[in-house]
Design a protein around this ligand. Structure first.
Ligand SMILES: [Fe+2]
Length: 293
């Protein structure tokens, strides 16, 4: 049996990634780190300090831009309200902001409609989904997606993801996205359920769901689907499901926000460990205390 692959998953950062995280991950046994994005809260510039911290990571690291990465605040509001013309006008500065964000991240690889190999896992690939996803099966940041990837609609996004899957030579896949797929529940505490609308509902994305279904039809083993965006804390009360196994696929919502928090008089740093060996996948939440470093 070959050695197990160890993957560390960093959920939505929202300004919280510090030198203790860098030290911990650099000293860890992880072969690869995956990050679901959202380094900033509301202002693009807030994301640059955590990006510079992540640039210090000595492990191969892959990140997908979230809906708070490289968007200006007015642009984010226009996207939320789906103001078609306003959001097009406000997107003009996004290429410059994205370049700035990527520069701050240094060696961290920024994925999006892309496929990546896994160190130590010859038959495993990571397929990275649509950047800047905000959920609800809406193609947010369409001007930027059009410019950067030639993707104009959800149908084109799904087709692009399926095309990427078809091109993979590996038989075992992990998907990394900012928001998760649709089809996994429509309660407010479902893994990607809507907790800000009293009607609740499924807030997952259909293009990602189609790509996962396509991969399975093609005989690929989908080991895990890693995403965030819908924070663990549900707005009304309680916590959403963050880990679900369906048809042998591990769905992981890594968005424990804030990921650094105080409890019982101690500071905890959250991430998730994904372990893959020849015939099993295990997922566990990791809470490290400041004095564990
Ligand atoms: Fe997000």
């Amino acid at each position: 049996m070959s050695r197990a692959i160890q993957i560390g998953i960093i959920g939505d950062v929202h300004r919280q990634f510090d030198s203790l995280d860098v030290k911990q991950f650099n000293q860890s046994d992880y072969d690869l780190l995956l990050c679901t994005g959202d380094l900033a809260n509301l202002w693009h510039r807030e994301g640059l300090a955590p990006a510079r911290q992540m640039a210090q990571l000595q492990k191969p690291t892959l990140i997908i831009p979230g809906n708070h990465d490289s968007l200006s605040l007015p642009q984010l509001v226009a996207e939320i309200k789906e103001r078609r013309y306003l959001r097009r006008w406000l997107a003009w500065g996004q290429p410059r902001r994205l370049r700035q964000w990527q520069r701050a991240l240094g060696p961290v690889q920024v994925g999006g409609y892309s496929v990546h190999s896994v160190p130590g896992g010859q038959d495993v690939a990571v397929v990275v989904g649509r950047p800047f996803a905000m959920g609800g099966s809406v193609l947010h940041c369409q001007p930027q997606l059009q410019r950067q990837f030639g993707v104009d609609t959800m149908a084109e996004s799904a087709a692009r993801l399926c095309q990427l899957v078809a091109q993979t030579s590996q038989s075992r896949l992990i998907f990394l996205a900012h928001n998760g797929p649709s089809g996994l529940g429509s309660r407010r505490d479902s893994i990607w359920g809507n907790d800000f609308d009293p009607q609740q509902g499924d807030f997952g994305d259909s293009d990602l769901r189609e790509a996962i279904a396509f991969a399975r039809q093609r005989g690929k083993a989908v080991l895990a689907v890693v995403a965030g965006h819908m924070h663990h804390h549900v707005k009304q009360e309680g916590q959403r499901t963050w880990h679900l196994v369906q048809d042998g696929v591990h769905y992981i919502n890594a968005a424990r926000v804030p990921r650094i928090f105080e409890a019982d008089g101690r500071i905890h740093h959250h991430h998730i460990r994904l372990t893959i060996d020849d015939n099993s996948v295990t997922v566990s939440e990791q809470l490290r205390q400041g004095n564990d470093f």
